[in-house]
Design a protein around this ligand. Structure first.
Ligand code: FES
Length: 176
């Protein structure tokens, strides 16, 4: 089986002959590695014979690319106009305080990444928060702790289930 760099080499082979395919290659690189680290950027620069600054510039310009590992759950808070006027800044602040994170940071346990985003196309539900694919509408700052806690509990329950199934049938029950 090909390692990740082997898979990336295949992608480069397919796309690099066609002009203007850098974004395609970066998308595939992110799919393979989960994020486009400085090492991967340097590798691509060498293989594609492009300046590293050009690759790094594209990665930082497009919000769909991550140069750092993301948490298991990405919490996206919409700061688009409709959400903004309904107080999404306050919700964003509440998430920052609750998780002790800045924009685009990830908690040390790798569970949550916090991101501000533009309109998610659900303005009727403003202010909108997404946690991976789960959408929360008309969110208030007081809801923030409960949203975070929901995913923390889910993690604990999943951990318990994994232990119970594969290792320790006598594991303690999940917390409620
Ligand atoms: S402005 Fe937030 S979903 Fe449109």
């Amino acid at each position: 089986m090909l390692d990740k760099y082997g898979r990336l080499d295949k992608v480069i082979k397919v796309y690099s002959r066609q002009p203007g395919q850098l974004i395609r290659i970066l998308q595939q690189a992110q799919e393979i590695f989960g994020y486009i680290s400085p090492e991967v950027q340097a590798y691509l620069a060498a293989r594609l014979n492009l300046p590293l600054a050009e690759i790094a510039g594209v990665v930082s310009f497009y919000s769909l690319f991550n140069s750092e590992p993301k948490g298991k759950y990405t919490i996206s808070i919409c700061l688009g106009t409709a959400c903004y006027v309904k107080g999404s800044q306050e919700i964003f602040r509440a998430f920052k305080n609750e998780l002790h994170l800045d924009d685009d940071d990830t908690t040390v346990d790798g569970l949550f990444t916090l991101r501000s985003t533009r309109c998610m196309g659900a303005c009727g539900l403003a202010p909108v928060v997404a946690v991976n694919d789960d959408i929360y509408g008309q969110v208030k700052a007081v809801d923030v702790a409960a949203i975070i806690s929901r995913y923390r509990k889910k993690e604990l329950a999943d951990d318990y289930e994994r232990q119970r199934t594969y290792q320790d049938p006598a594991a303690a029950p999940p917390p409620h």
